[in-house]
Structures are given as structure tokens and as C-alpha cells.
Design a protein around this ligand. Structure first.
Ligand SMILES: C[S@@+](CC[C@H](N)C(=O)[O-])C[C@H]1O[C@@H](n2cnc3c(N)ncnc32)[C@H](O)[C@@H]1O
Length: 429
């Protein structure tokens, strides 16, 4: 079933089938949010305690998983589950206050979520809109759900206003059917919130069609909604080979969301449909903080199944379903992770090596991450491993509070300074 056909009846007697890409998307969402809570709530002595999660296109909550003859939970249920898992893992003594805002423009979809899917998943106590205490071993998780029926674009101001009042960290999951349902203006407004991030399903395949015919009937809508007049400008798009074209679209999309969407960091995960070779949509992560970028990269890494040597360089982490390989009579004979690890270190050697070499007086680790994190697949752990590798080779030394750090492996801190040791050349690969 295609994404555009997803439909839920109010009583849950009809729910849509799930497809492999939506499953992957759900897994990324869940992994990411669990990691996010764990990172921010359990940070330091007292981490962030107030969060708002907005699922702007929430759907009815439950899908039919025909392959496994079971039901499959949709994004709203997965968001709640992920927060509970992150909270339990954190084992903190202070309370965590979470508000979920679920928006859909179809009344039946929201009814299905409230009356069928949430009770079925064991979240029945959350549908009455009252705060609910989920008792942990020590501190409590206080949860509250709000359900709003309407067009996301008409509700975005109200939601931002509520988040502004609540303060704390916010996260928007924006999963519309097409590119016309979320304007760049809304993305900008959300990014104006101080501590926020967005995971956005960006339908690049539709954009590609438009780019190939940019003087067609959708031109004004495209420019008005996406503010993209000066982007995707390459006049002879058809002369690109497949990979070059994908690469161009990815880079232009990142540039657009950085400039016009006011996102400090942009990272993409490509979704490639069954039997196809090009990207249908990107899961696009927009954030203002390096930590958020680090956490999403780790989550993407876990779900990635593209062969990096060929694909990663070109358009980011990606997901292909097993059926892709069946359709193409290819088997996953190679170990994607192993190839990827090596590729990753090689990439780091090029990017980081050059920067470290050009900073004879040293570079702060935070700055090194800031300059390179969006440009490679590496997680923070890969950075740590690579820099330790350089250190073991005596290419560099790590300085903290005016002294060289000793010990076998250094767990890097953002304020550490990486300095080139004299008389050594940087080249590991
Ligand atoms: C792809 S489905 C969402 C699936 C859900 N995020 C999940 O992963 O389980 C898109 C949903 O957005 C709703 N929708 C479509 N256009 C909308 C709009 N402009 N504002 C709010 N909701 C909208 C549809 O009714 C549908 O339920």
C-alpha cells in the first residue's frame, strides 16, 4: 500500500498495511528518541526535565503487519514507548515531565488513535488529556497527551506558543504525505525555538519531478511553500548521471534547510523503495545542537543497510529493504557494518586529518566536530576511535586543562584540544 493511501477508520476496524520503509522509519524514530531522552535527561547531575513531543501528522496509531500476521505500532505509540524506555534506562531520582501533542487533519484518524490504538497498546490512561504519573523506581515520569484535529500549518503558531510557555526541549516529527503540507516558514518558526529539533519526511522524489520541470504549473506553489527559488537551479538536470543527480539533490536540500529553514545542522537518511535505485524520501534531521546531531547519527548508523563504499559518499545513510536485494537478485553477501567502519575511518582520515594538520596550534574537539559532522557517516565513537588511533601513532596529543591527557584510550570531551605532535605526518590509510 502506498503512503498516500494510509487511512484509519474511527473504531479501528480498518487500519492500513505497513510497508518496510515505514517500519524502518519507525525504528529510527524510536531508537533516536530513546537515545535522546537518555542523553539529555540523564546528563550531568541534573539533566533536562521538561520535553514536548509533537507528532504533526500522527495518523491512527496502528498498522496491519501482514507478513507477521500482527499489528504494527505507528509513530504516536512509538514516541510514547521510546520516552518510557529512555526514562527507565536513565534511572534518575528527579521527575521527567513530558507532553505529547498529536495532530491530524482527519477526525477519524485521531479517534482511532484515542479509542483503539492507544488503549490496545496499554496507553488508555493517557487519552483523557489529564497528566498521568508513570511511577519509576525513584523519580516519576509525568505524561500528558493533547490531541488536536486540524491542518498542521494552521496549528504551528499555537503549538510553538505552548512550547514557549512550557520551556524545555522540544521535538517535532513531521511525516506528511507530500511536500506541500509543511512550509519553510513553519520550519523556520520551529527552529526559532531555542532547544528544538525536527525529524522531517522530505519527499525528494516529488521535488525531483518538479526540478526537472521547474517552469511547470507547480512553480509558484513550490517557491511559495519551500522558499526555494534560488535552489535546485541546475538547468540541465537530465545530464546528471543517476548518482550525480542524487548527490546534487541531497546537497541542495541540505543547503536549503540550513539557509531558509534556519537549521544549524542538517543530516539525511535516504529511503530507497523496493525495486528502485533512487531515493524516494529523506528522513531529514534538523537541529541546533551538535549533541542532537551526534545522537541521530548513531541511530541512523544502527538502521543503515546501504553499502557505504558506493552509496554513503553520495547521499548519506540509507535504508533498503531486504526485498530490494531479492528483486535485484543480489544478496547481502558483504558485511555492511564492517565495510562501513573501514570506510568511515578512511573518510575521517581525509576530513579530520586535513583540518588537524592545518591547525598547527591545535583545534578544540567541539570545533572539529562542528566543521565535519554533517559531512561523513561517523558517529562520536568513530571520532573517538580515530583520534585515539592518531594518538597511539603519536601523531597527535590531547590537551585538557593545560595538560596532556594520559592513559590508553581517551574518552574525548568537547573542550579537549587536539594538537599535532611535532615532526609527525598524518596519514594512517
Ligand atoms: C503518513 S500518515 C502518518 C503516519 C504516522 N506518522 C506514522 O508513522 O504512523 C500522514 C497523516 O497525516 C494526516 N495529514 C495529512 N495532511 C495533513 C495536514 N495538512 N495537517 C495535519 N495532518 C495531515 C493524514 O490524515 C495522515 O493521517
Amino acid at each position: 500500500m502506498s503512503k498516500s493511501q494510509a487511512n484509519w477508520s474511527a473504531d479501528g476496524s480498518h487500519i492500513p498495511d505497513i510497508n518496510p520503509h515505514t517500519k524502518a522509519k519507525h525504528q529510527i524514530l524510536e531508537t533516536y528518541l530513546e537515545n535522546l531522552i537518555y542523553t539529555l535527561y540523564s546528563k550531568g547531575r541534573r539533566g533536562e526535565t521538561t520535553f514536548t513531543f509533537v507528532d504533526g501528522f500522527c495518523g491512527g496509531g496502528m498498522y496491519c503487519d501482514r507478513d507477521n500476521k500482527s499489528e504494527w505500532k505507528g509513530s504516536p505509540l512509538r514516541i510514547i514507548e521510546a520516552i518510557r524506555a529512555g526514562y527507565k534506562k536513565s534511572k534518575r531520582e528527579y521527575d521527567l515531565n513530558v507532553k505529547f501533542i498529536f495532530i491530524d487533519n482527519k477526525r477519524d484518524h485521531l479517534a482511532c488513535l484515542k479509542n483503539y490504538s492507544m488503549p490496545k497498546a496499554g496507553f488508555g490512561e493517557l487519552v483523557n488529556g489529564q497528566p498521568h504519573k508513570f511511577k519509576g523506581e525513584v523519580g516519576n515520569l509525568v505524561e500528558e497527551c493533547e490531541f488536536i484535529c486540524g491542518e498542521f500549518e494552521n496549528l504551528v503558531n499555537e503549538v510553538i506558543f505552548k512550547i514557549d510557555l512550557r520551556k524545555g526541549h522540544s521535538f517535532f516529527f513531521l511525516d506528511p504525505f507530500g511536500w506541500t503540507d509543511v512550509s519553510m516558514q513553519s520550519i523556520r518558526k520551529i527552529n526559532d525555538l531555542k532547544r528544538t529539533e525536527i525529524l522531517y519526511t522530505y519527499m525528494i522524489d516529488y521535488i525531483k519531478r518538479f526540478v526537472c520541470d521547474r517552469d511547470g504549473k507547480d512553480k509558484d506553489t513550490f517557491n511559495r511553500i519551500l522558499d526555494a527559488e534560488e535552489y535546485y537551479q541546475f538547468d540541465n538536470f537530465n545530464t546528471f548521471d543517476r548518482i550525480g543527480g542524487q548527490c546534487y539533490l541531497r546537497n541542495e536540500s541540505m543547503r536549503l534547510f540550513r539557509d531558509k529553514g534556519k537549521a544549524k545542522y542538517v543530516f539525511t537518511f535516504s529511503m530507497i523503495p523496493r525495486g528502485d535505485v533512487s531515493v524516494l524520501y529523506y528522513l531529514m534531521h534538523l537541529s541546533q545542537k551538535l549533541t542532537a546531531l551526534e545522537v541521530i547519527k548513531e541511530s541512523f548508523w544502527q538502521e543503515n543497510n546501504l553499502d557505504y563504499q558506493y552509496y554513503f559518499e553520495l547521499y548519506g545513510h540509507g535504508f533498503r529493504t531486504a526485498d530490494f536485494y531479492e528483486d535485484n537478485q543480489l544478496e547481502l553477501k558483504f558485511d555492511v557494518t564492517q565495510n562501513s567502519e573501514y570506510f568511515c575511518l578512511e573518510k575521517l582520515d581525509i576530513h579530520l586529518g586535513r583540518i588537524i594538520r592545518n591547525n598547527q596550534d591545535g583545534i578544540i574537539f567541539r570545533e572539529l566536530c562542528h566543521q565535519t559532522m554533517e559531512r561523513n557517516p561517523a558517529s562520536k565513537e568513530h571520532y573517538t576511535n580515530y583520534i585515539n588511533l592518531l594518538r597511539n601513532e603519536k601523531e597527535i596529543e590531547i590537551w585538557r586543562k593545560g595538560e596532556i591527557v594520559k592513559g590508553r584510550k581517551v574518552d574525548l570531551r568537547k573542550s579537549d584540544i587536539i594538537k599535532l605532535t611535532k615532526y609527525k605526518q598524518l596519514s594512517l590509510f
